[in-house]
Design a protein around this ligand. Sequence first.
Ligand code: DGL
Length: 273
Amino acid sequence: MSKPIGVFDSGLGGLTVVFNLQKSFPGKEIVYFGDTARLPYGNKSPETIRNFARQNTKFLLSFQPEMVVVACHTVSALALKQLKAEFPLPIIGVLSPAVKAALAKTGNGRIGIIGTIATVKSNSYPAEIKKANPKIRVYGLACPLFVPLVEEGLFSGPLTETAIAHYLKPLKEKKIGTLILGCTHYPLLKTAIAGFMGPKVTLVDPSEEVMPEIALYLTPPPSPLPTGGEGTRGKEGGLRIYLSDITPNFRKVAASFLKKRLPRLEKVNVENL
Ligand code: DGL
């Protein structure tokens, strides 16, 4: 039997990556860990984020995955290097694929990146973009209210539109041509964000852009390689979901991430991580 893909996030947002995994590689087994008891990561210190990232990876290793996908942008921005150095298997983050896509899609050389406070403060996205092309202008912006809005299932409507206008007006004024949705939750606000930013701004959804990178590490390799999020067809692989807290509205909100019914939710004690 082929090994599963391990995926972790600070909570349920990483299910946007699971959604695309199931679409791109339908036969693959997936083990998901959402650290719902310790969410949010986005306002924690780098030291705490690195510590949680290490514990989450160790937990997933007990399933002997062929790789671990770090769906969380905050962890990808702050702890990926450390995880890659510590663990002897492919560890895939969302930051590099998102940067690659933004560089390929940028028309006017002005890229915006939105994410949690920790992600933006880390400067990881601008640093990677500038390393590839120092001439690009990068504008980072934290949008802390977007995560609770998504967790409440408010993907559209007046409250969400007000928050989007409040945060994104400065980026619109900077005339960015590309915007990286640098947080697991933001793809769920894609339609509302696109509506505000207008047709001249291309949105980069890292939960989709990470798929080709994952394909590189799959054994046996998928055939054909995924393009535009669609991949090989076949029987649907299993999905196991482990959470450090089974929160009251997890099932309802998570179903909107996955666009289907969820499997049984398994509880993991944080003390045992
Ligand atoms: N998963 C986090 C991220 O992608 C967002 C939620 C949090 O702050 O923990 O950065």
